[in-house]
Design a protein around this ligand. Sequence first.
Ligand SMILES: Cc1ncc(COP(=O)(O)O)c(C=O)c1O
Length: 378
Amino acid sequence: MEDAMSEALHYHGWTRRYAHQVDEILDVLRDISDSDEFILKSRVTALESAIAQRTGATHAIACASGTGALTLVLSALSIGPGDEVITPAFSFISSASTIALTGAKPVFVDVEPETATLDPAGVEPAITDATRAVLPAHLFSCTAPMSVLRAIADRHGLSLIEDSAVSLGAEVDGRPAGRHGDAGVYSFFPGKPLGGIGDGGMVITDHETLATACRQLRNHGMDLKVRFLHHKVGFNCRMDELVAGYLLRQLPTLDNVLEERRTLAQHYEERLRPLAPDLLPPPPDFTGRAVYTYVVRAKERARLRDHLGKVGITTEVYYPHPLHLQRVFRDLGYQRGDFPVAEQLAEESLALPLYQGLPLADVERVTDAVTEFYGRRP
Ligand SMILES: Cc1ncc(COP(=O)(O)O)c(C=O)c1O
């Protein structure tokens, strides 16, 4: 029999993630079948209240995904053709694709090397008469500098949309991530610390009109009381009761989950920091942070991945292409060299295994293998 330490280690722990929850998931299914509620019903409403209460937001609007949440906010702000929205050159595709889908132009700005989030120094020079909003994204385990960005947005009369898809439970300057812009969004994609059994998302905002518009837009622009009376051209971007029912049961565990992930990240930090500058871990001190993925910057990334793969450690590259060089944005006319930090991160970023239930001994197995690769003594 294989000993536990030689088992394959996956960066996200997919093979282990839901195995212990089969009964709980079947319970949610049974509950839904008994109640005959499937979409935007009592569990969705209860989840919205729970998220509003947890974050302190006046309104929480559940929807089909984090991408859907961004789409709702951009549409609710009537952002569209002729408008520009400033967003980081290094992020998940949604931060920029949702802007492009409204007909507006994503205007990229470079990111900070330590946090991989929007560099405020690049924002003001990118503002034009067409700029309507700034859309920073929190990434991996780091948050964007929201108070500086808020001040810039206010100075120029711009909306601030906080892509906090990966940061539910994190704090920025003592305030929940997601609460710093005109609206924030969360994703409940299964890999997230509060991950669902399917896609799910949430908009939070304190603005009544924005909230009402998002509520209408997620359900075909329909009036919130009168069926089949449509105020806007909207979407089918609703949340299922199945996802909401599961998330409601998981929400009370989120703080423990985040604490466990911080402990794992701290364990990595202590063992990997001595490898700088060959390998740069994310910024230390995980207090108040939500560790979605543990992403390091690695010299000779391809060779390191290969080395780890050979000893059964699977890693992932988030993200291999900066957004301004993605084929889909070719027409925007950006060139290699426009955003050097984003380009370097695309060459060096590597996600190491981090998930609930990952034993500290397995973290050490990873750090030993990484240390060995760089020719140091484990
Ligand atoms: C920064 C960022 N924004 C938006 C999203 C989109 O969330 P979803 O996958 O729920 O659509 C993600 C997903 O990982 C993300 O990382």
